[in-house]
Design a protein around this ligand. Sequence first.
Ligand SMILES: [Zn+2]
Length: 408
Amino acid sequence: MAADARRMIAELRELAELTGDERGAQRLAWTDTWARAREWERGLLAELPVEVDVDEAGNLWATLEGRSPDTLVIGSHIDSVPNGGWLDGCLGVLSALEVLRSAAADGPPPLTVKLVDWADEEGARFGLSLLGSMAAAGQHDPDFVRGLRDAGGVTAADALAAHGVDVNRMGESRSRLTGVVGYIELHIEQGPVLEARDLPLGVVTGTYGTERWAARFTGQAAHSGSTPMDQRRDALSAAARLALEVRELARTRGGVGTVGRIDAEPGIPTAVAGVATALVDQRHVEAEALRDLHERAENASRTIAEDEHVEVEWSPLFRVSPIHFDADMVAAASAIVADLQGVDVRLPSGPLHDAARVAEAGVPTVMLFVRSKRGLSHTREEDTDEADLELALTALERLVRGELDRRG
Ligand SMILES: [Zn+2]
């Protein structure tokens, strides 16, 4: 029996109807709407010969016992951002459900197969993304999580407790990755790369590493009218030059580079800015190239500072290493994608995904991306053609069956 794309699409629409409104999906983790989505999901799983339970971190698991305890995991997340789209996360869960249905129909598979629905991938309420998968990957920090508060002042500890999760025990979900020999996740691309290439599917090779820093330029605040151009120590001009340099570095050396914000003081039209802080975000899929991007930006800022007669100081905000998915699984997925669409496309992911955390925990991992219309996500306008969704489900099923045969 094969996975049924029509049924998957109908269920995706049913979920959108059940847990969204005219502004989009409203399945924020640790809310009643999210719990309703989970209830509905459990209803679908109840029709299968699987065991369903929730781990200490709130991740939902459905286990189809195989001939071996070695386990292949497929999944994603059913939570959404506020006013989210109809596919982000839930496509990965409902496609996994279809594959599970089709595998179950054939009797016990060679490996145990589990569907996972990670808790709180989006971090929309407490600002910490990948909460459930981080815990399962052994990266849970109870003290940090306990202190988080939502916009209404509710603590994460209380909100999670209301859904049966004890912040102190979340780390125990680590045992769930024991015996897991592979993890596969299908997700919408959430970017414009596949659409630009006019192709529905891509294989994700890993996730970008990030260097995020604040570069603070200090010059001299002075009157805009009375200070001659050649006697200025203009911090904002220096920061602006750095922004262009960061863009140029990514254009010429690969990766992506963004200055998303510059704060200037005193921040009025009648004064040369004495202080300007630029937020620099650089990402690359190779650790060495990422380090090089950052070093070049920092060096450029020193040259600019000298030129503009200002000082510059860098402080780190957030850093994460690039993560590489499993070479064998990437090769297997690429062969399937090439067969289905005639061309093999491999691309890194800009956004982090639960799959990155699973890979960091040492589980061989791969992701499939399906094209997003206009590259849009985290908005109700998020969309993918049904024909693409159908092809994506076919690719996922083939990949899962291939891994079961290869490792069984
Ligand atoms: Zn997602």
